[in-house]
Design a protein around this ligand. Structure first.
Ligand code: EPU
Length: 415
């Protein structure tokens, strides 16, 4: 329940990155020995990944004493099979495929299936593993991959895929010989995974460019690592500051990973003070309409599209937001319309005409970032908005209502 209108003010720190954490947890499967991840966000998706690792017979748990620390020891993997019941809860579970094939020579992982934001195929993950010498077949809803021994190979991805790049990179680090990943994703979560794999003993070069080179090594060891702050949570809190005409300093995030988001917020009228790991946003004059197109990193992130759109509903003039990464990621639009937003959808673009006010209404969350967009809008709407199905937001934001309340928002969780 959100009562809109209060300008957000103050300082807030972001949690560790959800998407980095999930990839790093899968990466821990590659090491013989314990990996400790710190600054791990307490999220449902992290618990799901822990469950998956345990289903593989790996020791995986929250540390009993140290908060936000996860310990994973994959010295032995009892059963390289990730069942449907777990994989269907979270697509990122599919990230265990590459590490399992590399460690065990075989893996059986449920196909993740469709999801709310689009079809999301896995063909690029499979093509990459095949190029490294895995035999891949689909059987009764499962991907079965086996090999008598991976070897280095060349993969040219047809689309830029974050988890696909990570999956294939993880398999390649234990594949003897040289691998080259062309048209690789350049997201910070790919770079962080490569950095950690290298500290485990891998030889991955040029992560962050679109051509990653990997020289296979015989084995990896466990490491300790502090997960980077979540750039999408940071962007979401800044959007909330903007729409409420507030003044918020967000800390704990590498701001060099936020540039395209900060550029758009600046265009909408934000006054920004950017430090290496903090950014203060103030919204003083009127909000301005902008054009934005989502794209792989370093472009404007699809994971910020709903939150930006929410801000633009109250911006002067017209805006166009085009979604180029996922084909069905405008499910928040009908809900924003119910709050009085003037948005027309055509193909992959949302055409927004700024309105003077939004009005609180009951709305429904359909996926993680859509729910973030609805909460951002609700913070500026007249009266009360109830956002239902908030379990979506708990997948990716740790105690979002507490963080927003600490900045002066009137928000509470019911039920
Ligand atoms: N694609 C294919 N074939 C593949 C893989 C991807 O065609 O084999 C397509 C997808 O359908 C999509 C595009 O490639 O059109 C990009 O998808 P990508 O594979 O990069 O997405 P992902 O790796 O499955 C991660 C994040 C998403 C984020 C996207 C894009 C994780 C766990 N998830 O997904 O995060 O939106 O990258 O940046 O890292 C979120 O956090 O809310 C979220 C959805």
């Amino acid at each position: 329940m959100v009562r809109g209108g209060a300008p957000l003010r103050g300082e807030v720190s972001v949690s560790g990155s959800k998407n980095s954490t999930l990839a790093l947890m899968a990466g821990a499967l590659l090491a013989s020995g314990e990996t400790r991840l710190r600054n791990v966000p307490r999220l449902r998706d992290v618990d799901t990944m822990l469950e998956i690792l345990r289903a593989l017979g790996v020791r995986a748990e929250w540390d009993a004493e140290e908060p936000r620390c996860v310990r994973i020891d994959a010295s032995s993997i009892a059963s390289p099979e990730a069942p449907y019941d777990l994989v269907r809860k979270m697509r990122a579970s599919f990230l265990v495929l590459g590490p399992l094939v590399a460690r065990c020579g075989m893996a059986r992982v449920s196909e993740p299936g469709g999801c709310a934001i689009g079809v999301r195929p896995i063909d690029q993950h499979l093509k990459g593993l095949a190029a490294l010498g895995a035999k891949v077949r689909l059987d009764h809803g499962y991907v079965e991959a086996s090999t008598t021994g991976l070897r280095g190979g060349r993969v040219a991805f047809d689309v830029s895929t974050v988890n696909g790049t990570q999956n294939v990179m993880m398999a390649a680090v234990l594949a003897p010989g040289e691998s080259v990943l062309e048209n690789a994703a350049r997201e910070p979560e790919v770079v962080e995974l490569a950095t950690v794999l290298n500290r485990m003993g891998a030889d991955v070069r040029n992560a962050g460019s679109d051509r990653i080179a990997v020289r296979g090594v015989a084995a990896l060891r466990g490491v300790h690592h502090d997960v980077a702050g979540d750039r999408i949570e940071a962007g979401t809190l800044l959007a909330a500051a903007m729409i409420t005409r507030g003044d918020v300093r967000v800390t704990g995030v590498d701001t060099s990973t936020l540039e395209s988001t900060l550029d758009k917020l600046r265009e909408t009228g934000a006054e920004l003070e950017v430090e290496p790991s903090a950014v203060r946003a103030r919204s003083l004059g009127a909000l301005q309409g902008v054009r934005a197109v989502t794209a792989p990193f370093p472009g404007f992130p699809t994971d910020m599209q709903a939150q930006l759109l929410a801000v633009l509903t109250l911006a002067k003039g017209s805006s166009v937001v085009t979604e180029r990464v996922f084909e069905n990621r405008f499910m928040h639009v009908p809900e924003l319309q119910r709050m009085g937003a003037d948005i027309a959808l055509s193909d992959r673009s949302a055409h927004v005409r700024g309105v003077a006010r939004l009005s609180g209404a009951p709305v429904m969350a359909t996926d993680l970032r859509a729910s973030a967009g609805l909460i951002v809008a609700a913070l500026a709407a007249d009266g009360e908005t109830s956002v239902s199905r908030v379990y979506h937001i708990d997948r990716g934001y740790e105690r979002i209502e507490e963080k927003l309340r600490s900045l002066g928002a009137e928000i509470r969780r019911e039920g």
